[in-house]
Write a protein that binds this ligand. Structure first.
Ligand SMILES: Cc1ncc(COP(=O)(O)O)c(C=O)c1O
Length: 484
């Protein structure tokens, strides 16, 4: 039997479920609240509603909303809630998608085709601040568009409107701002970007994938939230994920448009083949009704009052983190986060954030190191979710401890030699082969899919490389990771 051959006779229900349960043991343990990012869990009852609704519509197919009318109701229902939440005017529209990345690809595709068809631009480009999510690079890559990257202010980490303006030319289809940015949790100057978009006749997309649902609740609780939604003139589309701070099962986002005439260019129709007519509003074609039904169910189950209450807890917990970090000598919060996303920076001369992150892992936490990029220093990111509520005082105690230990260790090993970094120094990354990359990765403890206990050396190695070299190494790593 070859490695991947399908078994001759199937396993029993209990056998296969047992295997699946067992495999979970290796996964990130998020339920106790000591891991950040990836999961947004606001209560077992909410999870149950999402799961049951998902299973009820598991087999229904979003391919054809004229046949599965229930799915059209879920889609338009959750879009309508999103439009209302973001102060959309009469005539605004949107679609349900599988996640932030798909919503962004849809918005960029609509902008590209709008630029081509309405403005007669043969090769439209998009302009993003360097802090915009990687999904915009991915959209430009998939849609074969030029993506121009503007620097941001190195203190506030907000988009620099003048730098964005300087990159606009007659081929610009779309400019982008975030509310909030993933890395630092800051809101770009959307009002000024809207003004710029109107003056220069381009579209403006606000990436609210992570922030657009939660930020209005933080505003109602007295938080500082700069205007970012459809009430801002010039904002033409917004992406907002329900599978983040709206606590819906994964596969749930919406892409919203001020004007149906722009959304028109998102839709793909194909009558040019011999099969059934294909009309797709979004990237996916056949898709389970599960995520839509679950999003509809969770939004209606939780309701406004409970969302506000959960936001209150998140806000308080974030304040504990911000005050706690600022009270630790040697650490600071980067920029002014407007929601429950923070980037913890290390003061000049301090230890590596990657070593601090490793020590936090030893103490039972899972934090997210972010690499440096030009003028923007490496840091430790936290996405604080409801399951982290109540744990942040302990977190701060452990962070202070981890920082002290990393600082002490760093002062002892000043000028340490990193053989992997030395090896890559001088290599031509563009032509480096897979086996050399695998050798480099082995030097920092990566062997196939097995990871070393300490991730610090890997992050330091990547951090020492230019971004194109990082991309090269990471692509080769993934190419090897998926072994079949
Ligand atoms: C601001 C922002 N945009 C886009 C995305 C991409 O979303 P997804 O992972 O659902 O594709 C994320 C994910 O964290 C995000 O924070």
């Amino acid at each position: 039997m070859t490695k991947g051959a399908l078994r001759e006779t199937g396993l029993s229900h209990d056998e296969i479920m047992g295997e699946l349960e067992g495999l979970k043991a290796e996964d990130l343990k998020w339920r106790g609240g000591s891991a950040f990012s990836y999961v947004y869990h606001a209560g077992d009852d909410i999870e149950r509603v999402g799961k049951e609704a998902y299973m009820m519509y598991l087999s229904e197919n979003g391919l054809d909303p004229t046949v599965f009318k229930s799915l059209l109701k879920f889609d338009t229902g959750v879009v309508a809630i999103g439009l209302e939440h973001l102060n959309a005017p009469e005539g605004a529209v949107g679609n349900f998608t599988s996640g932030g990345t798909e919503s962004i690809i849809c918005a960029v595709k609509a902008a590209r085709n709008y630029a081509r068809k309405v403005r007669g631009i043969a090769e439209p480009n998009i302009i993003i601040p360097v802090t915009a999510h990687a999904a915009f690079h991915k959209a430009a890559h998939y849609l074969d568009m030029e993506c121009r990257i503007a620097p941001v202010d190195t203190t506030s980490f907000k988009a620099d409107v003048d730098a964005m303006a300087a990159l606009i030319d007659e081929n610009t289809a779309l400019i982008v701002g975030s509310a909030a940015s993933y890395a630092h949790g800051v809101i770009d100057p959307i009002t000024e970007l809207g003004q710029l978009a109107l003056e220069r006749g381009v579209l403006l997309h606000v990436d609210g994938c992570i922030g657009a649902w939660l930020l209005p609740y933080f505003a109602r609780l007295g938080g500082t939230v700069e205007p970012f939604d459809f009430s801002v003139p010039g904002v033409t589309s917004i992406s907002m994920d329900y599978h983040k701070y709206a606590y819906c099962p994964k596969g749930a986002s919406v892409v919203l448009y001020r004007d149906a005439a722009v959304r028109h260019h998102q839709i793909f129709s194909c009558a040019d083949w011999s099969g059934y007519t294909v009309v797709n509003a979004v990237v996916q074609s056949s898709r389970s009704g599960g995520p839509m039904a679950a999003a509809y169910a969770v939004l209606n189950y939780v309701g406004d009052e409970r969302y506000l209450d959960i936001a209150r807890q998140l806000k308080k917990e974030t304040e504990i983190v911000i005050e706690g970090v600022e009270s630790i000598d040697g650490l600071h919060i980067m920029g002014e986060p407007r929601m429950s996303l923070v980037a913890i920076g290390i003061d000049e001369g301090g230890p590596s954030p990657f070593d601090v992150a490793d020590l936090m892992t030893e103490l039972g936490w899972h934090v997210q190191p972010q690499l440096s990029m030009g003028d923007y220093p490496a840091n430790i990111h936290l996405t604080i979710a409801p399951q982290n509520v109540g744990r942040m005082e302990d977190f701060i105690d452990d962070l202070a401890d981890a920082y002290d230990r990393a600082d002490e260790a760093a002062s002892k090993k000043k000028g340490g030699f990193n053989p992997a970094a030395a090896m890559i120094n001088g290599l031509d990354m563009a032509s480096i082969d897979a086996s050399t990359i695998s050798e480099i990765l082995k030097m920092v403890g990566v062997n196939g899919s097995s990871m070393p206990e300490k991730m610090g050396p890997i992050h330091s190695l990547l951090d020492s490389m230019p971004t194109d070299a990082r991309n090269h190494v990471l692509t080769a790593y993934f190419n090897a990771l998926y072994t079949s």
